[in-house]
Design a binder for this molecule. Structure first.
Ligand SMILES: Cc1cc2nc3c(=O)[nH]c(=O)nc-3n(C[C@H](O)[C@H](O)[C@H](O)COP(=O)(O)O)c2cc1C
Length: 186
């Protein structure tokens, strides 16, 4: 089997029993959600995946705020024009870090790993996810109530996709395998 697009085809994967490989191939940014709720158990599993993420020197420079109220989600959607999908999400997780740390590459890398853990854990449960940046920091702080020495640079919304469920994507919108992969040397 060639290590290329389309391994395993595009069969729908039953929610909750995906392999890691299926979750990797199925994850995509989902911006339109059905009205189905994400169970408290599934949301906790996704948050636990975030908590277990690796970080530089195991510093764990994060806190996570899980927002689930419809009114809270609608208001949170106003923090960034690219975050409108938050309003119809079933839940959105805010990734919080120390304001002093936020610009450090090390912390951004750690947050990126936590973000990917969240998204893959969600995909493994058949739950879609989408990033959003935060434009209006004052509004985000007012809505989420984190302390003045903390900041929120990333929100990840969650919800079951409206329409097409998560299935392994045969031909992802990515640069070709042979262009990005180099063996032994460039
Ligand atoms: C750091 C970062 C910030 C992003 N911010 C937003 C955002 O504010 N709004 C949005 O709709 N998508 C956002 N995205 C999602 C990207 O646009 C998306 O990952 C990319 O288009 C690839 O899409 P796919 O994951 O569905 O293949 C962000 C992604 C990353 C990694």
């Amino acid at each position: 089997m060639a290590l290329q697009d389309g391994i395993g085809g595009e069969q729908a994967v039953t929610s909750g029993d995906m392999s890691a490989w299926d979750a990797i191939r199925s994850r995509r940014n989902v911006r339109q959600y059905s009205r189905a709720r994400v169970s408290a158990e599934d949301l906790d599993q996704i948050l636990e995946a975030a908590r277990r993420s690796p970080s530089s020197q195991n510093s764990q420079p994060w806190d996570f705020i899980a927002v689930t109220g419809d009114d809270e989600l609608r208001r949170l959607a106003d923090v960034w024009f690219g975050g409108r999908h938050i309003a119809s999400s079933a839940a959105t997780i805010a990734l919080i870090t120390a304001a002093d740390d936020a610009k450090a590459g090390r912390v951004q890398f750690d947050l990126g790993q936590a973000a990917m853990s969240i998204m893959l854990a969600a995909a493994g449960l058949g739950i879609g996810s989408c990033h959003s940046a935060v434009g209006d920091q004052d509004l985000a702080r007012q809505l989420l109530g984190y302390p003045a020495d903390k900041t929120c640079d990333l929100l990840i919304s969650l919800g079951y996709p409206a329409g097409r469920p998560l299935t392994p994507i045969s031909v992802p919108d990515r640069r070709p395998f042979d262009e990005v992969v180099h063996r032994n040397r460039w």
